[in-house]
Design a protein around this ligand. Sequence first.
Ligand SMILES: [Cu+2]
Length: 163
Amino acid sequence: MKWDFIDEYEAWAFKLSLGLIVVFFVAVVGLAALKGIDVPTCVTEFKPFEKGELVQLGPKEYQLKLLARMWSFEPREIVIPAGAKVTVYTTSLDVQHGFEIEGKAVNLMTIPGAVNKAEIVFKRPGEYRIVCNEFCGIGHQTMYGIIKVLPEEEYEKWREGSR
Ligand SMILES: [Cu+2]
């Protein structure tokens, strides 16, 4: 195609921009499909809940109902084995809070009357902090939780001990 209606260099810049948009689009969509990354959603089968809890669904599959309120998360601490897949449902009892897991690409809002959802796989053992990243009032900085991911053997021992 002849681009004689604009300057030659402008035409190159335009084509380069178009090319990059296509490259980035293919990279983002392709990698997401390849790695099974889902976009968080607020369309869930869950009604807003008033109690936070961790439910084990399978050998390495968990459902986390995470409740945010001024100024804490419930449950505050959970322990899971490395390799666990956690489906998080989150809501709030009062105002809008944030739900971010440090070191993980998870960033949801917790909204009163609505439930947001994300799926996260914890491959590496370690302590992952949950923080509220939306300023929600005077006790905002005290809002945190902890996800302890233990190596499998250690997790089994912990489970025996916690019974
Ligand atoms: Cu908060």
